[in-house]
Design a protein around this ligand. Structure first.
Ligand SMILES: Nc1ncnc2c1ncn2[C@@H]1O[C@H](COP(=O)(O)OP(=O)(O)OP(=O)(O)O)[C@@H](O)[C@H]1O
Ligand SMILES: [Mg+2]
Length: 251
């Protein structure tokens, strides 16, 4: 596998308490990787390292290597605004801005200095189509994004992120607050997006991981236990802990 993003020996401590104990994980482009494991094992912590969201939490110490293209993500010269555009994140609770759909999707582009109406219109349509929400909102682009359903809001958030042309999309349990139909729509959206992006998703839903992820990483107590093709891990896990987790014995 050629990795778009490669991490080695990642340790993270909150104050004196170490939450990640040396994680090595490579992520391929044009694929979906799932991070699974019981509550508190460090999935969100690890995901947040990838676009430096943990920088916002005081008293965290992060060591290890994070290579993205030729770039060291933790280099002092890294521009965090640019980094988070290239490596965007979607959260468990949909968090659109309390503005119109159009304003949400053009937000990042306007910040970057784009104000040509025709260009913005084209990007809004492209991003909303890629996020599979265009048909549902195209006649209501001026309506407040908060007035849509949770599942629609989540896809608007995905469109907001796609508007700025990221390379990597991080999602932390993006469907756990949604109903089954909305969840299925998000899964379909992600399956289509993986042709163009590197997608990394944290999920508690093992069926979801097995349906959509090319590769799956199983974490336990801040350690990476096993990382393999999803089809392989779900049928023939190597480690006993993986097998126990997949069989519902804990977590
Ligand atoms: N901001 C924080 N400050 C201190 N400790 C934290 C912080 N965030 C997480 N932790 C601790 O780090 C460990 C890993 O937490 P993390 O949220 O990454 O787990 P998770 O696998 O995402 O769990 P869940 O499935 O419940 O979301 C836990 O012991 C947690 O209590
Ligand atoms: Mg979490």
């Amino acid at each position: 596998m050629t990795a778009l993003l490669s991490t080695k020996d990642v340790h993270l401590a909150y104050g004196k308490k170490e939450a990640l104990h040396g994680i090595d994980l490579d992520f391929a482009d044009h694929s979906i990787t799932a991070l699974i494991g019981p509550s508190g094992c460090g999935k969100s912590t690890f995901l947040r390292c990838l676009n430096r969201m943990n920088d916002l939490i005081p008293h965290t110490t992060i060591t290890g290597s994070f290579q993205f293209h030729e770039q060291d993500i933790y280099a002092p010269t890294t521009n965090l605004v640019e980094l988070r555009k290239q490596i965007g994140m979607v959260f468990q609770q949909p968090n659109p801005f309390p503005f119109s759909v159009y304003e949400n999707v053009t937000y990042g582009l306007k910040l970057a200095g784009h104000n040509d109406r025709k260009f913005l219109d084209e990007q809004v349509e492209r991003a909303l189509k890629q996020a599979a929400i265009w048909d549902e909102v195209k006649d209501n682009l001026n309506k407040n994004a908060m007035s849509f359903s949770g599942g629609q809001q989540q896809r608007i958030c995905i469109a907001r992120l796609l508007a700025v042309q990221p390379d990597i999309i991080l999602l932390d349990e993006p469907t756990s607050a949604l109903d089954p139909i909305s969840s299925a729509q998000i899964e379909t959206t992600l399956m289509a997006l993986k042709n163009e992006y590197c997608i990394i998703i944290v999920t508690h839903n093992l069926q979801q991981a097995s349906r959509i992820a090319d590769r799956t990483a199983f974490m336990l107590n801040g350690n990476l236990i096993e990382y393999d093709l999803t089809s392989k891990m779900f049928t023939k896990p190597v480690m006993q802990d993986t097998s126990d987790y997949l069989n519902g014995k804990f977590g």
